[in-house]
Write a protein that binds this ligand. Structure first.
Ligand code: ARG
Length: 256
């Protein structure tokens, strides 16, 4: 009897082990492509946003698709709030994150980053004729930031220097723009490329954050992921063969 129970237990353990392996993005069956799950917050044009049909599109999507393809993977994209991306990576719910994420030292404590693929400054976006033209003039104003971003941190630091600066963290970038248009906040703090897009599209105004020291955007992975090296190789190749520039021309062209 004891022996039977033992055999049963071992059996259950084995079944558990085998099915756990199957989930870890190994080849799932003959001839089928392996799948890489990418997390992103699709609220950040032109890096990731939804088109008219609701598809997630943008610079990061094309970049990730190219890399996945080169490495022989299928790509599955999961839209999630920016604030939750790092935690989800740590929990290995995604294989990687491409979401205009700046590779800060703080984040490097929790995740691994690829080499940077883009550098963007930061900007403050306002309504036309707002009278706010410098960081100092944010004194006494309401500033919207996206939850979990470097702008949220930056704004908190700024509010230690400027009295009465009210920081309003919101989940999605379009909501921040909506708050600005309806006058519930005076300004919005964003990565420059994204800010410039909204300024142009909606006839808004804005100015550069002169204190900006943001590190480049990079792809993030769970700590220790062996994908980092293979992604870096493809990224490096894209920098040399002009593929990265093609994507920049497609998505990031600013008329200067
Ligand atoms: N670059 C900023 C950061 O890393 C903002 C990124 C926001 N990305 C997004 N998809 N909403 O904190």
């Amino acid at each position: 009897m004891k022996k039977m129970i033992f055999v049963l237990l071992v059996g259950i353990l084995l079944v558990g082990l085998v099915s756990a392996c199957g989930k870890s993005n190994e080849v799932n069956g003959e001839g089928e492509k392996k799948v890489l799950v990418m997390g992103t917050s699709a609220d950040f044009p032109p890096f990731e946003t939804r088109d008219d049909k609701g598809n997630i599109v943008g610079f990061d999507i094309d970049l990730a698709t190219y890399i996945a393809n080169e490495l022989g993977y299928e790509l599955e994209i999961k839209d999630s709030s920016f604030d939750g991306l790092i935690g989800a990576l740590q929990a290995k719910r995604f294989d990687f994150v491409a979401s205009g994420m700046s590779a800060t030292e703080k984040r490097q404590q929790s995740v691994d980053f690829s080499i940077p693929y883009n550098h963007s400054g930061e900007m403050i976006v306002t309504l036309k004729d707002s009278g706010i033209t410098s960081m100092e003039e944010l004194e006494g104003k309401k500033l919207a930031v996206q939850l979990g971003t470097i702008q949220e941190e930056g704004a908190k630091k700024l509010s230690e220097q400027l009295s009465n600066l009210v920081v309003k963290p919101l989940n999605k970038v379009p909501d921040m723009i909506q708050e600005l248009k309806s006058g519930r906040v005076d300004a919005v703090y964003l990565d420059k490329t994204v800010a410039e897009g909204y300024i142009k599209e909606l006839g808004l105004d804005g100015f550069d954050d002169t204190n900006n020291s943001a590190p480049g955007m990079a792809i993030a992975f769970p700590k220790g992921s062996d994908l980092v090296e293979s992604f870096n190789k493809v990224l490096q190749k894209m920098m040399e063969n002009g593929e990265l520039e093609k994507l920049e021309q497609k998505w990031l062209q600013e008329d200067k």
